[in-house]
Design a protein around this ligand. Structure first.
Ligand code: NAP
Ligand code: F7E
Length: 320
């Protein structure tokens, strides 16, 4: 089996690549040209995969990489994935996260309609939630340009399934984290901050809204669900989540306590990290994925926080 992954240099791309290699896949990855390469997350597996240059903004480059790699499956993970940046760069976010999806789907339509397609949809589409817990049937109410663009990506995927009979699936994934998470996302910002404070490199961690609640899972668990979706007889959409919700404050408390630190001495609130419109509360219901895909997460909230805090303390300790 051959798979093409857009966003291979990202958190999910790196875990998915490891997983597909373990299944015996030949893996091709789309990378953007840059003056300095940032392939840290896939450095350890770079010689086992083939990297091809393309950009979600460039239709012809996407057609070329699909022709060249001849994939059985395409995982579209590439995106501008940081919600706050979607307010400062709303047009770019729409180009990548909305029209970019159409460009990948068009490449499939033009090159080979038998290719199976996975779209990285997001719980951010639920935004100001209309019901709890959120399922595949919950109405969408995005609260950021990121969320709005993801709604487009979700529906264009369904539309290509219905219009052209393409095996196009949309995974509605709730927040998933790991030691490879980008440093600006709240979980990694906290665990990196805890490690810096523990090692005496810092004495403050400035955060925004501590009351927001998220359903946080482990990225390594979630990439398995992506693959399972493409192994089904027919394409469908699936919510992937743990079913547990915790506030940012609870994440902070847990992370600092793992390092034997009192969070109240170090955490300050900074209005710079508040958002123009917030997603206050998310919790997913993954019963459909459990029933049809046989998918279950292995990590729970406490296990995830521990994994991330310990990894950051080790990483920073080695760098000193
Ligand atoms: P990430 O770490 O930010 O990775 C994003 C990837 O997209 C990077 O490889 C990046 O490449 C690539 N990319 C960005 N713009 C591109 C463009 N114009 N052309 C080609 N590649 C481009 O994100 P992630 O956490 O792995 O998330 C993967 C996907 O799942 C994203 O679509 C995200 O929106 C979605 N999602 C994530 C979560 C989550 O909690 N992690 C939840 C739901 C959905 P560079 O290295 O060149 O920047
Ligand atoms: O924020 C609050 C913030 O940036 C989580 C992306 O992967 O998941 C991610 O989006 C919460 C928000 O993730 C800080 O206000 C408080 O309520 O870690 P985050 P996100 O916005 O939920 C979804 C599913 C995706 O699809 C996205 O691609 O934490 N928060 N203080 C903070 N957030 C940040 N970043 N920094 C703070 O200082």
């Amino acid at each position: 089996m051959r798979a093409l992954i857009t966003g291979i240099t990202g958190q999910d791309g790196s875990y998915l690549t490891e997983f597909l290699l373990s299944k015996g896949y030949e893996v091709f990855g789309v990378v953007r040209r840059a003056s300095t390469e940032s392939f840290e997350r896939i450095d350890h597996i770079k010689d086992k995969i083939t990297l091809l240059q393309a950009d979600l903004l460039d239709q012809l480059s996407l057609i070329s990489v699909v022709e060249e790699s001849k994939p059985d499956e395409i995982y579209n993970l590439a995106a501008q994935s940081f919600v706050p940046t979607s307010w400062t760069q709303p047009v770019l976010t729409g180009e990548f996260n909305a029209l970019g999806v159409t460009k990948v789907l068009e490449a499939i339509r033009l090159v080979n309609r038998k290719i199976k397609f996975y779209q990285a949809s997001s719980s951010e589409m639920f935004g100001k939630v209309r019901e709890t817990p959120q399922t595949e049937a919950t109405p969408l109410y995005p609260r950021s340009p990121y969320g709005v663009a993801k709604v487009y990506g979700h529906w264009i995927t369904i539309n290509y399934r219905e219009s052209y009979d393409i095996f196009a699936t949309s995974g509605i994934l709730f927040n998933h984290e790991s030691p490879r998470r980008g440093l600006e996302f709240v979980t990694r910002k906290i665990t990196n901050g805890v490690a810096r404070i523990k090692l005496g490199l810092d004495d403050n961690l400035a955060l925004g809204n501590l009351d927001a609640k998220r359903d946080w899972g482990y990225a390594g668990d979630y990439v398995k669900a992506m693959w399972l979706m493409l192994q089904q007889d027919k394409p469908d959409d699936f919510v992937i989540s743990t079913g547990e919700t915790h506030s940012v404050k609870e994440f902070v408390e847990e992370a600092f306590s793992i390092a034997d630190l009192d969070w109240k001495k170090y955490v300050t609130k900074d209005p710079r990290f508040m958002r123009p419109a917030e997603v206050d509360f998310l919790v997913g219901d993954s019963s459909k994925a459990k029933k049809i895909l046989g998918w279950e997460p292995e990590y729970d909230f406490k296990g995830l926080v521990k994994l991330m805090v310990e990894a950051d303390i080790k990483l920073l300790g080695e760098k000193r």
